[in-house]
Design a protein around this ligand. Sequence first.
Ligand SMILES: C[S@@+](CC[C@H](N)C(=O)[O-])C[C@H]1O[C@@H](n2cnc3c(N)ncnc32)[C@H](O)[C@@H]1O
Length: 220
Amino acid sequence: MGRSLKYEIPGVDPRVALDEWAEKGWSGIFGTVAGSEPRSRVLEIGFGRGEFLLDLASSAPEVEFVGVEVSFKRTLKMARKVARAALANVRLVEGRAEEAIRAVPEPASLDAIWINFSDPWPKRRHAHRRVLQPEFVAAAAAALAPGGHLYVATDDVPYAHQIDEVLSAEPGLQNAYAPWPFVSEVKGRRQTGYEAQWREEGRPMHFFSYQRRGAGASDG
Ligand SMILES: C[S@@+](CC[C@H](N)C(=O)[O-])C[C@H]1O[C@@H](n2cnc3c(N)ncnc32)[C@H](O)[C@@H]1O
């Protein structure tokens, strides 16, 4: 196999630039008719090797999924998997979560945002690199439709404390697991690639679920 073939996509390339998504909107990148029947829209941040996104998207062809991943290599590999599976309902954005969340077109349009096992950056001097920060969470709340969910999972105890603090302080969100800050098992939840690895190592699981307040939310 020639070197250049490494970058070939075996089918339709699902990658879109962040600017293109922000400008064209959901219907623009999915090629659907703007203003036609509303479709469910879901974002996954940091999809990694993509097992979770592939599983979600193949079981819900009527839902539009956008996956955001900072790694060029992981985005390329995932693009190949999406093309091979001929999943027309997935687009991939190579970029930083912090930028992508502010660029989500049509605010209040998302039904769900998934952030699974985001890097915990355990060293104190690196903690500012964690994705779950107040500004990020405020932008995520603004991107969600009323009643839409922000799902976060981590195996890291200090990061779980930070996530609890940041999510519970966001006025646009309410804790779907209240009075508990998180749960350690969610029946029927799909496993991610990293999760399988962490479970084998016996690491603790923390699953958060927050819902966007407003009309459509379970208790307004
Ligand atoms: C620990 S892995 C988890 C991957 C996957 N979600 C899972 O659970 O198997 C974290 C992923 O987030 C990506 N990532 C880290 N920082 C990011 C950022 N600021 N924006 C988008 N993706 C990021 C990494 O490249 C990596 O693929």
